[in-house]
Design a protein around this ligand. Structure first.
Ligand code: TLP
Length: 369
């Protein structure tokens, strides 16, 4: 991302007054806890989670493991930390990690797999971000002592920078079966795996059945204020607990956060289809506006990325123009603009975003004419 707020390498953030009235579609990370979550946070039973004594964290971890059909789960502060812990567990220094070129682990995690886990990403160009065994197999290093070795495949479902593209559970299972026969582990960055689950009509347990580990976020579309989880075998989670502490993520009375996380986990998936319908409305509107390019049939979840190159504006300029009318979007490449729908933007907000989108492009065209 080439966000304007990052130009000075410090996050200044937008004015609170602007944020109060804006239709904020920059990300689903922006969701705020519901009144019910705040109530649960206030009432949460807590203890020291580094001692394993926070009852609410323990409950959340148990429920996540049950829902994903795995042995155990671990509450971690962020998705980035969850991915890093998983990569660290499955690799040694000098190993390679196969991932899509637009994968979050490759682009947006500050090269932590190299800086901290000591691995090289081996980015592969997926088909709309989606990898298959043929593509992965071609990137596996030969077993020769002077080559670095492939240790892990990292998939992303839904795929953020590919506009929320999906792997079906069958596609993931096939990749895992092949990977396991050549002794590679598979980690799923499932930051938005519940969106994938709703869009595919498949349970998260089914989607994750064959992967060795999965990270999912409570703090995105599910609406919790903070937190992600890693899920896998008991042995994986036991190691994860060690690395979480090593990376500075051992939280103490984290039950106040886990209480919101529990509600997010149990209740929020049931409303994600609304966000997907909203994304579809935005995508269809964008596709109907001359100057914007997007294929709405590829928008299956809560993310849409459209091309604005034919408006004569860069994505940063386009986002600035939208922001001037109270609609916030995120530039993701020179001419790519991302909208992410979520629980804090209702149908009226989506309608307003569509109106503003039309107005901004119309003005651009008339200025250019
Ligand atoms: N994604 C953020 C930005 O970092 C791009 C966003 O606004 O979409 N995996 C995936 C697929 C993600 O999209 C993200 C965050 C993460 C991992 C990291 O999660 P956090 O922010 O909790 O570390």
């Amino acid at each position: 991302m080439n966000s304007k707020i990052m130009e000075t390498n410090t996050v200044q953030g937008l004015d609170q007054e602007v944020l109060r009235y804006a239709v904020d579609l920059r990300s689903d990370t922006l969701t705020r806890p519901t009144p019910e979550m705040r109530q649960a946070m206030a009432n949460a039973e807590v203890g020291d989670d580094v001692y394993g004594e926070d009852p609410t964290v323990n409950k959340l971890e148990k429920r996540a493991a049950e829902i994903f059909g795995k042995e155990a789960a671990l509450f971690v502060p962020t998705g980035c930390m969850g991915n890093l812990i998983s990569i660290k567990i499955w690799t040694h220094h000098g190993d390679e990690v196969i991932c899509d070129v637009l994968g979050h682990v490759n682009l947006y995690e500050l090269a932590s797999m190299s800086a901290i886990a000591g691995c090289m990403p081996r980015p592969v160009q997926g088909v709309d971000g989606i990898l298959n065994w043929k593509l992965i197999e071609a990137a596996i290093r030969p077993k020769i002592y002077y080559d670095s070795q492939t240790a892990l495949v990292c998939l992303e479902n839904s795929h953020n920078m590919a506009g929320g593209m999906l792997y079906t559970s069958a596609q993931i299972a096939k990749i895992c079966e092949h990977a396991h026969t050549v002794k590679l582990k598979v980690h799923l960055d499932g930051a938005r795996v519940f969106n994938a689950s709703v869009a595919l009509g498949e349970s998260v347990a089914e989607i994750c059945r064959k992967v060795d580990s999965v990270m999912f976020c409570l703090s995105k579309g599910l609406g919790a204020p903070v937190g992600s989880m890693i899920v896998g075998s008991q042995e994986f989670i036991d190691k994860g607990r060690v690395y979480r502490k090593m990376f500075g993520g051992g939280m103490r009375q984290a039950g106040v956060l886990a209480a919101a996380g529990l509600l997010a986990l149990e209740k929020s998936p049931a409303r994600l289809h609304i966000d997907h319908e909203h994304a579809q409305l935005l995508a269809k509107a964008a596709a109907s506006i001359p100057g914007l390019r997007i294929d709405p049939s590829k928008v299956r979840t809560n993310i849409l990325i459209f091309d604005c190159s034919q408006t004569g504006k860069t994505a940063v300029q386009f986002c600035d123009a939208l922001a001037a009318h109270g609609v916030l979007a995120q530039d993701t490449a020179l001419y790519s603009v991302r909208f992410v729908t979520h629980c804090d933007v209702d149908r009226a907000g989506i309608d307003r975003a569509i109106t503003v989108l039309r107005e901004v492009v119309a003005k651009t065209v008339s200025v250019g004419a």
